[in-house]
Ligand binder design. Structure first.
Ligand code: AMP
Ligand code: GLY
Length: 427
């Protein structure tokens, strides 16, 4: 059988975890990662291409007989990389994991996602959307709500577009900044104001080709920088999978009320969809309510869910593209995966890059996924805020976390930091 050449786009911990898993597949021929990081270079070949440089990606794909494109982050999807492939005579038969632009709007526009959920009866917080022209109506709408106030820039804002305001004065100021003063540029040309949901968050995942789907393991992500969920939001400081409160009944509700109606809704609306669906969910008194959609896997959720999936990931991707996902018997390791992210001191504010990272030896009890790292001669150096994700599998949350913390303490670079309380709220 002809083996598959894969190009994976992205450079984070998520992409190292995807690359690590793909590299284990007997179906794989060559694995390229663009641009990748110091970790992906150990399981494939890094290619210095920009993830939205579609023309250069095309040239590379053709010159290297790539059969499958896997898109890690949302930006190329929202900018239409899958459509670019479909519209090109030479690329149109290359399979792409990641939706076309129309489906990527579920993440690319919060207003679109809210309209979609309301239309298809998918549980979500009550909301209204405002523009600069309707700012005064938006300010009046705030008065009808109780604090805290949730304001969301409609477009992609590098994870910074959601503001939770404690007081009406703060909410009024932020709404005005977003709409009248373009606080997030074009991304805040529209602002969604929604009801605050009080509960515990969880990330649920599926992979679909628009008809069939597989539900993947869920995870809990720890977003705040500080212990006890304090301080500013980050891209994610750690993750745990599975999540104890997501019992059989809760997962049944997620599948019946959210996953199935989402895929049905896409079909009814004539929106093709091939790729991951990520459901940001709030558990409100035992009922799952959607906070947001993403059209990719989560980071650092991927670093705890992929190590639990025993099934060949490349086989899953190929089945997705061929329309035979129902042939796949997804096998999941029942153990708990605990991931802790080691970050540069100062993150998510300013931080220094270029620090040498050491301590990778004797890591046989944990998995090490690189995020913001690059290669400098013989050294691994830091090149981002989130630097290294360490994941361990064990029979309980506490033993998985203990192992991860022990391994993480071996990884050293100047001014590094990680949270030691990941998973404590679930124990
Ligand atoms: P998002 O960028 O949509 O993931 O939102 C960032 C974070 O804001 C989420 O992870 C939640 O913690 C929080 N959030 C978003 N929407 C709501 C809501 N309606 N109620 C409470 N918290 C929310
Ligand atoms: N960890 C949250 C995200 O990937 O959006």
């Amino acid at each position: 059988m002809k083996k598959t050449n894969v190009l994976l786009l992205g450079s984070g911990g998520r992409e190292h975890a995807i690359a690590w898993k793909l590299a284990q597949s007997p179906l794989l021929n060559r694995l390229f990662i663009a641009p990748g990081n110091a970790g992906t270079a150990s399981v494939g070949t890094n290619i210095p291409l920009g993830i939205i440089d579609f023309e250069s990606i095309k040239q590379f794909v053709l010159a290297n007989s790539v059969d499958l494109l896997v898109v890690g982050p949302e930006e190329p999807l929202v900018k239409g990389i899958h459509d670019f492939f479909l519209n090109d005579e030479l690329l149109k038969n290359i399979a792409v994991i990641g939706p076309q632009k129309a489906g990527a709007e579920l993440e690319g526009s919060k207003d679109f996602a809210k309209q979609f959920m309301i239309k298809h009866g998918i549980p979500t917080a009550a909301y209204q959307t405002f523009s600069a022209d309707t700012l005064s109506e938006g300010l009046a709408f705030l008065k009808t709500l109780n604090p805290p106030y949730v304001l969301k820039a409609d477009g992609l804002a590098a994870g910074k577009g959601v503001l939770i305001c404690k007081t009406i004065e703060e909410a009024r100021k932020e709404l005005t900044d977003m709409l009248a003063n373009q606080k997030f540029g074009h991304a805040s040309a529209l602002v969604v104001i929604e009801e605050f949901l009080d509960g515990i968050e969880l990330s649920a995942f599926a992979i679909t080709n628009g008809k069939q789907y597989l539900v993947l393991p869920e995870a809990k992500d720890y977003k705040r920088i500080g212990e006890g969920d304090s301080g500013p939001n980050t891209g994610g400081m750690g993750s745990i999978s599975p999540v104890p409160f997501a019992d059989t009944e809760f997962k049944y509700k997620v599948e019946e009320r959210i996953i199935k109606p989402t895929i049905e809704g896409l079909k009814k609306d004539g929106i093709p969809y091939q790729g991951f669906l990520f459901f940001g969910i709030m558990n409100v008194k035992g009922n799952p309510i959607v906070i947001e959609y993403n059209v990719r896997l989560g980071d650092p959720e991927t670093e705890s869910i992929l190590p639990r999936i025993t099934t060949d990931l490349l086989e899953i991707f190929l089945a997705t593209a061929k329309g035979c996902l129902t042939d796949i018997k997804l096998e999941i390791n029942p153990q708990t995966a605990a991931c802790v992210m080691i970050v540069s001191g100062g993150y998510p504010g300013e931080y220094v890059k270029g620090k040498t990272v050491s301590g990778f030896e004797n890591m046989n009890k944990s998995l090490v996924f690189h995020a913001g790292t690059s290669i400098d001669g013989a050294d691994v150096i830091t090149s981002g805020g989130r630097v290294i994700a360490v994941t361990s599998l064990a029979d309980s949350i506490s033993s998985a976390v203990s192992q991860t913390l022990e391994s993480a303490s071996n990884i050293k670079f100047g001014n590094s930091y990680f949270r030691t309380d990941i998973g404590r709220d679930l124990m």
